[in-house]
Write a protein that binds this ligand. Structure first.
Ligand SMILES: [Zn+2]
Length: 396
């Protein structure tokens, strides 16, 4: 079996910018991240390859591309993280605490990583004069079909559906403080990509081809100038199969104390039945709450997600939600019985589900909201920011 090595000693501590190209502040900006999880070095190797290729060529780029290594200290050790997961680190409070101008000194390894990343990232975003795109490359402990993870805004959908990949909508709703959520909230078009098994050489290849295609999709390079364009499209297509759009319905959250063990043999997108015995933990068997497709079953020690369950979305729902969002129906939702604006106005709504007896979460998803929490009969949803319009385009 072909495999890459498990650690990335070639990355220096704190050196996040792998390479950047395109000097002028015109056109779009693409940010590509590899190794936000330190045991996922395939993404870093992929951006290094693309960078070498661009260096050796006389490619004409319209816009800018930046390649970043994520958790450098964890990459050198080959572990997911040192003190805490860097991809759950981007909630407002953390970002403020670790901002370059903060007086507080970083406490943990990932605080330091975050500060260093912000130091290189913020000037890039500040100086953008066109659309900003962010692509975050990941890999999984189990073998399986690669796929994209997308926060369900119209701008994110438009970018991702132009690539030959299966799209998983709504996973960010299940996770707090991801890098892409942070970038999405400041206005970037974002897409995560799970490229395959951590140590398989094929994962590096798939990531590399996807980065080239993303540069084309972002408008930084035109198809006819893209080196081996058809080859890259074929690599991604072969790896991912027929593109589909799925939604995440359930996350099985775990802690270290749970003693969670996934049953062997599950692969991404494998069909599961309701009540299927998927795993065991301290309190006994873990069964599927509903039927669907199993996503990202955990076969490594560290992690907070045991597995996810997803389902296919029918094209009709995608069409309907695009229509409703263009009509800005979301602006009217607080007039419905049982729906209340909060101290954050109409952007965050509290839904009394005993009164609003339609399928509230599904309806709010359609309209571009994400779930914040569900406590008893009260559902709190917030509107995804920058759903239809880019904050960067105005500067163009
Ligand atoms: Zn990851």
């Amino acid at each position: 079996m072909d495999s890459t090595t498990k650690t990335a000693e070639f990355i220096a501590e704190g050196e996040h910018l792998v390479a950047s190209f395109g000097a002028e502040n015109v056109g779009p900006t693409l940010l590509v991240f590899g190794g936000i999880h330190g045991n996922e070095s395939a993404g870093v190797r992929a951006v290094q390859r693309v960078a070498e290729r661009i260096k050796d060529s006389d490619l004409r780029l319209c816009g800018r591309v930046f390649f970043f290594a994520g958790n450098t200290r964890a990459l050198r050790k080959g572990v997911r993280f040192v003190d805490s997961d860097l991809n759950r680190h981007w909630a407002d409070a953390n970002v403020t605490r670790n901002a370059p101008d903060s007086q507080l000194s970083p406490q943990f390894s990932e605080d330091r990583e975050q500060r260093e990343l912000l130091e290189v990232l913020l000037p890039v975003i500040e100086s953008a004069r066109g659309e900003v795109y962010a692509l975050d490359l990941h890999s999984t402990s189990a073998e399986g079909v690669p796929f994209a993870t997308v926060g369900d805004t119209m701008r994110n959908r438009r970018f991702a559906t132009g690539l030959p990949v299966t799209i998983l909508l709504g996973i960010e709703e299940q996770l707090e403080g991801t890098l892409l959520e942070y970038l999405n909230n400041i206005g970037a078009v974002t897409m995560g990509f799970e490229g395959g098994q951590h140590y398989a050489e094929s994962t590096v290849n798939t990531h590399e081809s996807l980065v080239w295609l993303a540069m084309e999709r972002a408008g930084i390079i035109v198809w006819k100038d893209l080196p081996d364009a058809d080859y890259h499209a074929q690599v991604v297509k072969n790896a991912t199969g027929t593109p589909e759009i799925l939604e995440v319905r359930y996350r099985h959250a775990i802690t270290e104390e749970d003693g969670f063990t996934m049953h062997p043999g599950y692969e991404n997108f494998q069909r599961i039945r309701k009540n299927e015995h998927l795993a065991d933990d301290r309190s006994g068997p873990v069964r599927a709450r509903e039927e669907g497709l199993i996503l990202m079953p955990l076969y490594q020690k560290l992690g907070e997600d045991g597995f996810f369950i997803g389902r296919r979305i029918r094209p009709f729902w995608l069409w309907l939600s695009a229509l409703l969002r263009r009509m800005r129906i979301a602006d009217l939702m607080h007039f419905l019985p049982g729906v209340h604006p909060t101290e954050r106005g109409r952007e965050v709504l509290r839904v009394d589900t005993a009164v609003a007896r339609f399928f509230p979460l599904q309806v709010f998803h359609l309209l571009g909201f994400r779930k914040l929490r569900w406590t008893g009969e009260s559902l709190t949803v917030s509107r995804r920011k920058h759903d239809i319009e880019s904050p960067f385009k105005e500067k163009a």
